[in-house]
Design a protein around this ligand. Structure first.
Ligand code: SF4
Ligand code: SF4
Length: 385
């Protein structure tokens, strides 16, 4: 799955009747329709334990979820995966999402999506397509995604997308193997006819965390990409919008993860678990409700997993007394768990975390080690067996 960039949070309100914090409605739903995917990216943010095809929600349940989300106030839906077009009902699901008034974004690898399928998606009301880019040429694309011929197929797919008038965004996840290609990827985005390019440095969850030692870029290479992006933004103003997400491991402050935990968005896994963020299942002690048993409105208002880190009341120090606590909400809970052993801890991406220096040391050590051929673990889940 590609990176999804969500907007900043708005303040929750306090209900006078109940004296409890009532979040505003979510604006975005990430629908992970399947974990099946023809690609095998070493940075994939899907969980290590992928949902089998037999566990996936059926068509009618997804449609109900979309209807409930729209009724609650969700504005846009990201039809994602895995590769969402691996679902035979992708056109029907897209049509339903459009009919209930959602802005529909298909997040795809572009592999296996025929021109006829694109026509059908267009007729169904699909609004936008986000295509993943693993590299700027065939060799890097194949080395990262583990799929022969991937680059040529993406190039052909992008042409078909633009020919049908879809707005196209390219999402390029950046790491040590492809960081030297950032300028070439910017050129490709222009050549492909994309309107937007996301230069998204790898976030280390799922397969990316497992492969971190093979993916971590050097500090000087990250700094160079910042300059490359700035130069390209100025040069391509009016032609291409470039969003950039830089690595937490070299940051001073953490990101506002998903606009704040349970504040703006929710994700639903292929098997139907509703999550405050797509990596939240790594926090094993949380109680995630399923859309099979609960409505989206119930989940948003009352799911224990959403309540756990919503707002700022749960925070320990140093976040509790920090002036930025309503800006970044203490950063990422999943990263705090993965790197400190406790999800409640301050995200070590923050300079106020006692473990911040350790994070920098990990990054420097891994970035300076040699890439070992064959050491990265590819995910393999084409058919969801
Ligand atoms: S394997 Fe690659 S294309 Fe497939 S879901 Fe993961 S990141 Fe996306
Ligand atoms: S201490 Fe907590 S709230 Fe303050 S900047 Fe760091 S992570 Fe954000």
């Amino acid at each position: 799955m590609n990176e999804v960039v969500f907007p900043a949070p708005v303040a929750a309100s306090v209900s006078a009747e109940t004296d409890r914090r009532v979040p505003p409605p979510p604006i975005g739903l990430l629908a992970e329709l399947t974990h099946r995917c023809p690609l095998r990216c070493t940075y994939c943010s899907n969980p290590l334990e992928l949902d089998a095809r037999s566990l996936e929600l059926d068509t009618e349940t997804w449609k109900r979820v979309f209807t409930e989300a729209a009724e609650l106030g969700v504005i846009h839906i990201h039809l994602s995966g895995g590769e969402p077009t691996a679902r035979k009902d992708i056109v029907e699901l897209t049509r339903h999402a459009a009919e209930v008034g959602l802005y529909t974004n298909l997040i795809t690898s572009g592999i296996g999506v025929s021109p006829d399928k694109l026509d059908a998606l267009h007729a169904a009301g699909l609004d936008h397509i986000q295509l993943s880019l693993q590299g700027a040429d065939a060799a890097i694309t194949e080395a990262v995604g583990g799929y022969k011929g991937g680059f040529e197929r993406k190039e052909a797919f992008a042409k078909e997308v633009v020919a049908r008038g879809f707005p196209l965004t390219l999402n390029a996840v950046i790491h040590r193997t492809n960081i030297h290609q950032v300028p070439d990827m910017i050129d490709k985005a222009v050549a492909f006819g994309a309107k937007r390019l996301e230069i998204a440095h790898t976030q280390y969850y799922g397969w990316a965390l497992k492969n971190r030692a093979q993916l971590m870029p050097a500090r000087q290479d990250v700094d160079r990409t910042i300059l490359e992006v700035e130069e390209a933004r100025a040069r391509l103003k009016g032609l291409l919008v470039i969003d950039a997400v830089f690595p937490d491991y070299y940051a001073r402050y953490p990101k506002t993860c998903n606009g704040g935990w349970g504040q703006r968005t929710l994700s639903v896994t292929p098997a139907g678990l509703a999550l405050p963020c797509h990596a939240a299942q790594t926090i094993a002690h949380l109680d995630f409700w399923s859309v099979r048993d609960h409505s989206i409105a119930d989940i948003w208002a009352s799911s224990p997993a959403f309540e756990a880190y919503r707002g700022t009341d749960w925070m320990p120090e140093p976040c509790r007394s920090c002036e930025r606590k309503a800006v970044d909400f203490g950063g990422c809970r999943c990263q705090a768990l993965a790197l400190t052993g406790k999800a409640e801890n301050t995200d070590p991406a923050c300079i106020k975390s006692p473990l911040h220096l350790t994070l920098g040391e990990i990054a420097a050590r891994e970035a300076s080690a040699e890439v070992v051929p064959g050491a990265a673990v590819y995910r393999a889940f084409s058919f969801g067996a």
